[in-house]
Design a protein around this ligand. Structure first.
Ligand code: GLU
Ligand code: ZN
Length: 492
């Protein structure tokens, strides 16, 4: 029996691709596609190809290209063929493949699988109105163009687009996620594959490169479902011309929805990967969350690693219904991963955030490093993103002149601060336990305060905020001089 996903392929013959356009900040929906392709390739022991779809030279920048490569490295998604690693099917940047596209386009024209179309949009619209047709798009007018009219249009200096000739039959395919999908011919008109200036379009280069690169499975977002009925006959034609092995299997991943039940668009805040990098999310947390947009490892479990995902991944268990991008859930998953990473690992990852906030030097000095090593155990279990280290640890690294108290201390609080200053000023030994004993004795036993009322104002005075690492440890790390100085400043 042939395998429902692999057909006659050996698992190691699986070839999938991630083909982003380098227009900047990767969309989280694209990252989800990259992840599912990665998991599919790793699950089967196949090949993941990274292909850069940069034929739109005006919109695609070198910066956009670098950003994709850096983002994939940051995520830990590795590829087997493509930029940086090479492979037998290159070049892997479409901007370097224009001669191939020109040659194939010419072959399609010669085969009459594609034809020159000289119509303007206005003419197509006018004909549609006149005929009363409800079909959108092109009407096939230039399929058999009358030679006289052709001569007139050419004399006018019109330059044609190249259009692919769609078959007259419905296009039916078995989607790995959605089951059988059918498109009727009246809904899929002949489409342009070259612009009038000769530049190739996505409609040509995407399936052509899939064919040339031996792609066996295309897993991509549902927003691309409508390209599939155009691509299938193109893969078939290319196969007839000796290019590729015919259409790959398709699996269209569920739409990622934003606020208000709309598709999460590139313009929505929080739709770009870099937003989450900057906010200190872990790649492990983000990928785990993105995996849940359509897939799950088990009913009762939603925290897992990429390796676990790769082992368990089954494209047929992807749910076709739209998935809502829920930042709260992402935060919860991320903090579960924060709990899983070791103290030394978290320390390394926190440093760039402290550098960015100008709290430590770049590279971090050895004094700063010792202070950080001493402080990290206090926050290791308490922060939910790496960037929270900045607000939690800032008070230790900030210049004394720049230190500012952000929460308020009222009159009663000032009495507490004064008493604390007196209790701590002549401590012999500045350590967590002696500090704690002195403050408890003075504030709780002496003044009869509840611990929260007692320590709150002290916390604000020395750390600047009501939210901080544990107080007595913080005072020890801050040191006698700075601690007393801040208590005094709070009284002024
Ligand atoms: N370059 C296209 C995109 O980024 C690729 C779509 C596809 O997977 O076919 O949307
Ligand atoms: Zn035409």
């Amino acid at each position: 029996m042939t395998d429902p996903v692999l057909g006659d392929l050996q698992p190691s013959e699986v070839r999938v691709r991630f083909p982003p356009s380098p227009t900047g900040n990767l969309h989280v929906g694209n990252v989800r596609s990259a992840l599912f392709n990665w998991a599919f390739a790793r699950h089967h022991g196949g090949t993941l190809v990274l292909r850069i779809e940069d034929t739109d030279l005006a919109r695609n920048t070198l910066e956009g290209y670098r950003s994709i490569i850096d983002s994939l490295h940051w995520l830990g998604i590795d590829w087997d063929e493509g930029p940086e690693v090479g492979g037998d099917h290159g070049p892997y940047r479409q901007s370097e493949r224009f001669p191939i596209y020109a040659e194939v386009a010419q072959a399609l024209r010669e085969e009459q699988a594609a034809y020159d179309c000289y119509c303007t949009t206005e003419e197509v619209d006018a004909r549609r109105k006149a005929s009363g047709s409800k079909n959108q798009g092109y009407d096939g007018f230039c399929r058999d163009l009358d030679p006289d009219r052709l001569a007139v249009w050419q004399a006018e200096g019109r330059t044609p687009v190249l259009r692919f000739r769609m078959p007259e039959e419905p296009i039916v395919f078995d989607d790995l996620v959605r089951g059988e999908v059918t498109f009727l011919p009246e809904h899929v008109p002949d489409f342009a594959i070259l612009r009038a200036n000769g530049d190739p379009l996505y409609t040509l280069v995407n399936p052509l490169d899939d064919a040339m690169m031996g792609i066996t499975h295309v897993l991509r977002g549902e927003d691309l479902l409508s390209s599939t009925p155009r691509q299938i006959p193109l893969y078939r034609t290319l196969q007839r011309l000796g290019v590729g092995n015919g259409p790959p299997r398709f699996g269209h991943l569920p739409m990622v929805m934003g606020e208000g039940n709309r598709k999460l668009s590139k313009r929505d805040p929080g739709s770009g990967l870099l937003d989450y990098v900057d906010r200190g999310f872990l790649p492990e947390g983000l990928l785990n969350y993105l995996a849940l947009l359509g897939w799950g490892i088990a009913e009762d479990r939603d925290v897992f690693t990429m390796q676990e995902m790769a082992e368990a991944f089954d494209i047929r268990r992807v749910n076709p219904s739209p998935a809502r991008f829920d930042v709260k859930k992402l935060e919860a998953i991320n903090s579960a991963h924060m709990r899983r990473i070791s103290l030394p690992d978290m320390t390394e990852r926190v440093i760039p955030f402290l550098v960015e906030a100008e709290l430590v030097d770049e590279p971090i000095t050895s004094d700063q490093r010792s202070l950080l090593d001493a402080a990290m155990p206090l926050v290791h279990e308490r922060i939910n993103t790496l960037s929270e280290s900045v607000s939690m640890l800032g008070f230790l690294f900030v210049d004394e002149q720049a230190f500012a108290v952000t929460d308020e201390i009222d009159d009663a609080g000032r009495d507490v601060v004064r008493a604390s200053y007196d209790a701590l000023a002549d401590l012999d030994d500045w350590s967590t336990s002696t500090i704690e004993a002195a403050l408890r004795e003075t504030l709780v036993d002496g003044m009869g305060l509840k611990p929260r009322n007692a320590f709150g104002p002290v916390r604000v005075a020395v750390t600047g905020s009501r939210i901080s690492p544990p107080l007595f440890e913080s005072l020890e790390l801050l040191g006698r001089e700075r601690s007393l100085g801040r208590l005094q400043a709070a009284l002024a």
